[in-house]
Design a protein around this ligand. Sequence first.
Ligand code: ARG
Length: 459
Amino acid sequence: MTLWHGRFGGRPADELLAYTVSLPFDRRLAADDLTGSRAHVRGLVRAGLLSADDGSILLAALDRVGVELDEGSFAVRPDDEDVHTAVERRVTEIAGAAGARLHTGRSRNDQVATDLRLFAKRELTGVGHLVVGLEQTLLGRAEAAGDAYLPGYTHLQRAQPVLLSHHLLAHAWALARDVDRLVDTRRRLDVSPLGAGALAGSSLPLDPDATAADLGFAARFDNSLDAVSDRDFVAESLFDLAMLGIHLSRLGEELVIWSSEEWGFATLADAYATGSSMLPQKKNPDIAELARGKAGRLIGDLTGFLATLKGLPLAYNRDLQEDKEPLFDALDQVRGGLVAMTGLWSSVELHLDRMKEAADTPAACAVDLAEWLVQRGTPFRDAHALVGGLVRDSMERHVPLAELVEAHPALGVAAVELLAPGVAVTRRSTPGGAGPAPVAVQMAALREGLAAQRRHLDR
Ligand code: ARG
């Protein structure tokens, strides 16, 4: 039997049920649906709309449904359209007459919005903790990297040497912003829609503030139409997850490049690499590539859902049922990606000798020569041209750059020292720069930041 059978002469067509049913995916909200219903029952008792006895009967029935769901013994019926229908149907089977009072003053419209917010609050927190875990892994690798350095790139061309720790921390800072965003989104979505009814509130003496408090929400809705039609929090969550997925993709791309024979900066642990079915010598970075590939899917989850929202009139429309699958998909994909990427980064072997070799080209110190001249009064543009000329000369005539520097009247033997391996990176001393002093500062800041992020997430 449907929840709306009174107004209808016959039962719904099988085609309608097949097309509109959401139970196969929204059963994931079952625990939150029960939580919302418990708060609603307590609210009905407080309002005098439900006797204390009926309240107890309903709460016990809700608990029993919870057990059945946990045990896997909950039997679905063909016309259980969605999780709310299924739970109410089963509660009524268990509770008898009291079951008919459960939905008093409530609509599935405020119910589903409540369920999804409870769900999102918890899930975003869980994802946030996984992100902090990956940040911690990168921080650990950065701490262990000591004074190792590698070429920093722009346009994927070697630019200037940077500390390996600095490079790894760059990814960690991006992830730190992801956690900030998740916490921020969670704060904004922390509003209870329960009591908005179908769209307009109720004639019954319900107290949405009390149910909001009961459910642990920071506030209740201000406008009932907005309460049942607002899915900003889903779109925002999807953006946060897509951005996070993009960061995982970029972290993955790093290892795809580093583990190539051409780069040779990294060797993946056997447990986190795959082989080829045909080429016996292959060791492939599939996790990293999938992280890159799945970012496309996460962007799709976001943009698809934004398109669903854009033309909707107030208030609830069934289109909104399309909020769940992209959200569930994005959460699952990002969780899986975070776990795999954390394993990948904690186990990858980094070849510091190869990194050093690639960074120790004299040309990578060209800007140091120019800045050395600037400190002695040469305008930067002139210094840039002078050093650029020496680099070109060195390449065309196959003369070591150091020789040309030593011979040049404006530079000389003192400037040659700048070209010695490992010197350039130590000279990046400005705040936030790639040298040892600023990196030690940012490392301490990130370490403290991680502890603060954990506290925010647990709040
Ligand atoms: N399954 C529906 C959804 O996810 C529940 C709300 C149904 N409301 C309605 N008026 N048909 O949005």
